[in-house]
Design a protein around this ligand. Sequence first.
Ligand code: WTA
Length: 669
Amino acid sequence: MWLRCTSRRLLTSLRVLKQKRLNASSWSNTVAAVVPEAAGFLGVTDHATLQDFSLTHNDSFWRAMANNRLTWISTFSTVQDCDLRRGKVKWFVGGKLNVSVNCLDRHVLTCPDRVALIWEKDEPGSQVKVTYRELLEMTCRLGNLLRRRGVKKGDCVTIYMPPCPLAVASMLACARIGAAHNVVFAGFSSDALAERIRDANSSTVITVNQGVRGGKMVNLKKTVDAAVDTCPNVRQVFVAMRTETPVAMNSRDVAMEEEMMHEDVICEPAVMDSEDVLFMLYTSGSTGKPKGLVHTQAGYLLYASLTHKYVFDYHDGDVFGCVADIGWITGHSYCVYGPLANGGTTVLFESTPIYPNPGRYWEMVERLQINQFYGAPTAIRLLLKYGDQWVHKYDRSSLKTLGSVGEPINTEAWEWYHKVVGEGRCPIVDTWWQTETGGICIAPRPSDPDAEIVPGMAMRPFFGIQPVLLDNELTSKSASGALCLAQSWPGMARTIHNNHQRFIETYCLPFPGYFFTGDGANRSEEGYYQITGRLDDVINVSGHRIGTAEIEDVVNHCSAVAESAVIGYAHDIKGQGVYAFVVLKKEADITEEELRQQLKDRVSKSIAKYACPDFIQVAPRLPKTRSGKIMRRVLRKVVEKDLNGLGDLSTLDDPSAVQEIIQGHKELC
Ligand code: WTA
């Protein structure tokens, strides 16, 4: 379908770039056992030594990595210019490069016919393979189309698409022409999408007519239409055709594939500064609206590429199967940027773990010969319940590494993943990181393929990452506390779009001089880290991060509701579920059933289905302190049925409120 461009034309386009692959003269020829790239760092024989080196010689380490792994148009002058106290983070200052060239062109030069993407479509067996040459062509056509339609360097394009090659090409086309992308998870409602389009100030949106998931069609274009109707700044909506079902096209709509066919397959890459914006990605915080975390070019790409290589022990020719959606950071870093920067073959998974049956993942592993499988504990817990026979049915001998991400993996799920799925021979890498960190920060085997692994522990910090566990007194000796990172690293987010002050307040001020992650952790005597969960009011439902304040905001907008408190509770498949306490207005005339339906509809319309409360407890009032603060700790304990752990209730305004809550909970559950 895509025209082939000749290698001669490509070579010409590459020459224009004046690419310069820098030789790091400091590298010796000795090959270190653990990380071949670290060959120049003398005395490196194990992870701990190299990890120490990466901290004590932070600049040399990252300079060498950046020179070795990235293709620069012109090199950087300063490795880093960071001050965590002030929220100032700059890496590879003055360097010029283009991320799409790093992900595509340089591989097309050496291996044009290598498969870059395997699009695992909803129907098993209907996968589509896209080579590096084809992906470059697609990206260039799209880049030219965006340019011709007025998208400029520095603009922000919102992408609302399921995982598919055109979605990846859209991200890379933005990178090619210097526009930032803002991918919004295609499960978000039109209100949530509109909020993100407006905040990002996008005038261009890219979508598909329909999505296909679990055998069902989802009318994504319809959601975009409803969203864009409330976004006066949107000039144009590019519509790709995922299915044959025609959609009504408005005057602002552009038939994407048709127009792409008229474009050239060469697209001059924009010369980007290391610190220009590559993308923003919205995520939830404990208060207020979702925040658009901003990631920049060189540091993000380097960090995604390095972690992809070493955390998963990825080798040339391997097939990397990350089943995350591209709408989340995991999809950005480990479906797209990390694997493509490494010239890898990466899977885009469109379906669900149980379509058409609970053997889907493992049937796919056999059919696509996947070597590294990377998924979420919530799916593992779900599949475990369906029994081992769905796994045993398929040959999984291609698997080498099994990854876990997004939430803590409980022991039962870990053991099942290890013993049943991995036949006891594949290491489980439980990777801890966040949208903010850009890439994996703590993982069991960030370098040494033979290192010991302890179940359920994220374990070892990645190169250049220095975790500290802090209490309020800023002492770092304790073995449990708030997980902070003591040094900047290239992959970290630079700011919150349009709100640098919020960035500083959220991440830099709680523990001055450190990056505060919002998570708590323990450190064992061996120095291994175990993540204990969020310290704030962010919860994690099926691996999706959501602020309880966001849900409360929607619930409180319901006309019958006076106030509410939303908390997370332990759910055996989703990890956490949503539990809402609701106080009705005195004059409210609504049955509990009507209220439940109304709240469900509102939350799925304003946020997404996964954020809907599983339980809604109507209460006469909420337990509050004398100063009027809702005592969430008490609500959590009631829901956990830990009545002995209610703790100090002396600050309660009226202790009988707690008894009412306990009674109501007993009646509901
Ligand atoms: C949680 C997802 C325990 C954590 C990549 C973090 C984890 C939040 C793990 C970020 C893990 C992620 N063990 N908890 N291995 N990985 N988390 O931004 O609370 O969607 O702060 O990024 O997920 O979620 P986010």
